[in-house]
Every structure is written in C-alpha cells, then in structure tokens.
Ligand binder design. Sequence first.
Ligand code: SF4
Ligand code: SF4
Length: 176
Amino acid sequence: MSINVARPKLTWSERLYLPAIAAGMAITLRHFKNMLFRRTKVTMEYPEEKWDSQLPEHYRGAPALVKDESGRIRCVACQLCEFICPPRAIKIEPGEIPAQDRFSKVEKYPREFDIDMIRCIFCGMCEEVCPEQAIFLRKDYAITGLTRAEMVHDKEKLLEIGGVMHGVVLKWNEKK
Ligand code: SF4
Ligand code: SF4
C-alpha cells in the first residue's frame, strides 16, 4: 500500500533559499576561521599523521604470534584459537617436533598458521583462549593489501608483527 506524503508548505523566505545558503556559508566560514587559527583540528592528515603514540595499552589491533626469549614460537598448535574464532579466520596445520629436538616434550608446532584479515573481526577471542600466551592482538591497525591473498597473514608475517615476549606475559588486561 502506498502512502502519499504531503509536501511541506514553505514560507516566502524558505522558497527564496538565500537565507539557508547564507546560514550554511556562515557555518563554513566559522570552521574555516577556527582552522586557520588552529583552534580546531577537523581531520588528522593520515598517513602523515598517526594516532599511534596515543593508542592505549589495551588497544586491539591485528592478531599476531609471538616468540619467547629463546626464539621458540610459543604456539604449540593446539588449535583452540582456530576452533574458537567466530568468523573462522584462523587456519592451522600442526607439525610434530622430532624426538631428538630439545623442545620435543612440546610435541607440536604450527607448520602453517594463517589468519585471514578480511575475515578477522578483532574480537580477541584467540588471545583469550590461548593456553600458551602465544597469540596477541598487537597495535597494528593499518592492514592493507591489493589482493585477497595479500590479506592472509601467514606464519612469517604473524611472527614479524608479534615479535618477542619476554618472561611471564601479562595476558589478562582487565580493560580488554
Ligand atoms: S581476533 Fe577474533 S576474529 Fe580475529 S583471529 Fe582472533 S578470534 Fe578470530
Ligand atoms: S596460538 Fe595458542 S590457542 Fe592457537 S594453536 Fe597456538 S597455542 Fe593453541
């Protein structure tokens, strides 16, 4: 069923449009003047200017894998994060650590570890569920790529973003 909406009755001055245009121009001029005198900063000139130094500690950016101080990848390929990830952005292929390796009691390591950043919703569930404190949401937010394939972060890329975590890691930031 269609509904006819009655046209509003415009006054003489509204039909002239000029007062509305003048009011709009006055607002624009006021903002322009404030900007000239640096009283207001309307936009940040990204990417030349960035907000990075002011990001809070609990900022949730791109998820990444971390190594410990001895250079070992903390992840033990338990796949809990893959299971919990709501948009199924994580894909892990576990590998077995050889018996003669000094970390053989860990049993598994991630042979492949991919996170599809097109799917990732930065929820932090992977970080919360990880029993090894191996995956963290870092401060990187400028995730770009020209193809879908470029938007999939592989193990090397994840380790590059993640870096090294020393000692016991404080994972449970109450603000997260
Ligand atoms: S932050 Fe959330 S969506 Fe992104 S990989 Fe982790 S669990 Fe998946
Ligand atoms: S990152 Fe953590 S939860 Fe995910 S597979 Fe590795 S150890 Fe398991």
